[in-house]
Design a protein around this ligand. Structure first.
Ligand code: HEM
Length: 564
């Protein structure tokens, strides 16, 4: 038999280089195409097996670590290996009184308590203020499902995401944007907002349907919309449609996000997706109008260049917040197809801010309005304060709310009594956290701060911790005639137990904007109008208003013009 003179190409490249010589060889000793394929398949199978085993063993090691370190933290024994305390915390268990349950656990086990929610999920609740401060700085990530409702509705966002690494640049840019642009605008914007809102109030009152919540929703939408999109927003014919869509989507967002796999088989889901797409198209529309009206363009060429460079740095082609909008990088609704095809999905950030900002500002406004109608004497005092400051400054076009301590204190105190959620959550995805008192929280554990326990702790806030008392934030001084006068405002964020806007590395970026915007709105409103309860709604209120963390009731209110 003729010896095979072809050297076996042991690599795929070698085989290809050998070309048809190998293929044409008829010798059984020579490598056939089939041999190479079976070798290649074997090779890939081995590689996959090794990688899967490696990943599994890493997961297992992580899990063992979670169990070992987690079980060193004090906490109750787990009732079941598979579901842990998850059932207890669910709707039929203590879910409705989660804070009460955590409070009992803290009494029994101390200020740091762990709860197993299943074999792979550990929840650590922290009540001690010093430790809270530490974890809010050190635990820079959020629970992995954070922002799912935003993502599902509006596409990828650069700011409402779990990992700190991904959010860092977006946060830096947004901080500059909020501080430099929005805060400048915020004390002039509410004048227009009041005008706009009161126009709506009159038509709503004529239909007899003015309740606190719908008014607050309307105001928050205008405060944010006007700040982000400026003049263009007031002249925008689709503003009402935009507001309605945003509201409809916010109502359903959490529900659809609760599905692990989006329920493509449900028609309602597609209706929801259709609304989201419509909202994105409208966002593009208002942004285009802004470009012409130069609001956002006036974020200035310098910051445009800045944004572009941030985009380059992050390698996402300017996807950071307004970067894409300015550079026209988005191809939303290309050819009128109405779907998002942009790689950066820049509207995710703007819509995310509208979504989060509107819902949180609505709650706070509603809470303040309710308290003002319940405490007419406070309303009168705030009115006198605003009037006095306006007379002193002789400026009718803007409000120096920093000189109105009682008004600011009312906003701070209402926020203290009604933060946006019951738990502030954090996570450290990749590193264990070494805390005071020699406690280590393993990577991946969900850290929570039960806000009600901290913000209503009488050892921190005094005996009246559970009651509405804006004066706790006001500094009194004695005037020359020995009379006590309200002089200044205590900086609430110095108190580590004041957390309605979170704190530390993932603190809310809109806190100054919201407090100033809301205060300026009330300064403008109360100077011109007195807000009162619609006669007959007192009884509903007394049964539902409680000073503690209750969802704000929505009383019927009315406005009376003050004599100038
Ligand atoms: C009354 C109004 C608001 C309240 C009570 C509020 C509250 C909060 C809270 C509690 C957090 C989580 C903080 C943490 O984990 O430490 C947060 C995050 C955030 N807020 Fe707000 N917020 C308000 C308005 C706004 C507005 C108007 C904006 C922007 C326009 C905004 C932008 C953000 C952003 C970007 C984050 C995410 C930060 C991150 O995950 O890194 N907020 N907010």
């Amino acid at each position: 038999m003729e010896a095979c003179d072809i050297r076996a190409p042991y690599t795929l490249v070698g085989f290809l280089l050998a070309g048809d010589k190998t293929i044409s060889s008829s010798s059984g000793a020579c490598f056939s195409l089939r041999d190479y394929f079976s070798r290649a398949i074997n090779f890939f199978l081995w590689i996959s097996l090794v990688s899967i085993s490696f990943l599994l063993s890493r997961k297992l090691a992580r899990l063992l670590r979670l169990w070992t370190i987690g079980s060193r933290i004090p906490g109750p024994p787990s009732p079941s290996f598979f579901s842990g305390h998850a059932k207890l915390l669910g709707a039929r268990g203590c879910g409705r009184d989660l804070t009460g349950y955590l409070s009992r656990l803290h009494e029994n086990y101390g200020p740091i308590v762990r709860l197993w929610l299943g074999p792979t999920q550990l929840l650590v609740s922290v009540k001690d203020v010093a430790v809270i401060k530490e974890i809010l700085i050190k635990a820079k990530d959020k629970y992995p499902l954070t922002g799912r409702e935003f993502r599902l509705a509006f596409g990828r966002s650069n700011i409402f995401v779990s990992s700190f690494e991904k959010v860092q640049e977006g946060r830096n840019y947004l901080t500059t944007f909020m501080n430099e642009r929005l805060l400048e605008r915020v004390n002039t914007v509410p004048l227009k907002v009041v005008e706009c809102v009161l126009g709506r109030v009159e038509s709503a009152m004529s239909k007899g349907i003015l309740d606190c919540r719908s008014l607050s929703q309307h105001v928050s939408f205008y405060i944010l919309g006007a700040a982000l999109f400026e003049e263009a927003f007031f002249n925008w014919s689709d503003a009402t449609l935009y507001e309605e869509l945003l509201l409809m989507i916010s109502k359903d967002a959490c529900y659809w996000a609760s599905y692990k796999i989006p329920p493509f088989w449900r028609r309602k889901y597609w209706t929801y997706q259709f609304l989201c797409t419509k909202l994105r198209c409208l966002t593009q529309d208002i942004i285009q109008q802004c470009r012409y009206n130069s609001t956002i363009t006036q974020i200035s060429q310098s910051s445009y260049e800045e944004v572009k460079s941030i985009g380059k740095l992050s390698g996402n082609g300017g996807a950071t917040l307004f970067g894409n909008l300015l550079s026209g990088n988005s191809s939303l609704n290309e050819g009128g197809k109405g779907h998002l095809v942009s790689t950066g999905e820049p509207f995710g950030d703007i819509l995310g801010m509208m979504f989060h900002g509107c819902s949180t500002i609505t709650n706070l406004l509603c809470s303040i309005l309710t308290r003002l109608v319940l405490h007419p004497e406070l309303q009168l005092k705030i009115f006198s304060e605003i009037k006095e400051v306006q007379q002193r400054t002789c400026n009718q076009d803007s409000y120096d709310v920093q000189k109105m301590p009682l008004l600011l204190a009312t906003v701070y105190e209402s926020a203290r009594l009604l933060p946006p959620g019951r738990l502030l959550q954090r996570c450290s995805l990749n590193h264990d956290l070494h805390l005071k008192w020699n406690i280590t929280v393993p990577a991946g554990a969900i850290l929570v701060v039960p806000l009600e326990l901290v913000q209503m702790d009488s050892s921190i806030w005094g005996e009246d911790a559970g009651h509405f008392n804006p004066h706790r934030f006001v500094v009194d001084s004695i005037d020359q005639e020995g009379r006590s006068q309200e002089d200044g405002i205590l900086e609430p964020y110095k108190n580590a137990a004041y957390l309605p806007f979170g704190s530390g590395s993932r603190a809310c970026l809109g806190k100054e904007f919201s407090v100033l915007g809301i205060s300026t709105f009330f300064a403008s409103l109360l100077l011109n109008y007195e807000v009162t309860l619609v006669p007959g709604s007192e009884n509903d209120l007394n049964s539902t208003v409680n000073d503690r963390f209750q969802p704000v009731p929505s009383p019927k209110i009315t406005f009376m013009k003050r004599n100038s």
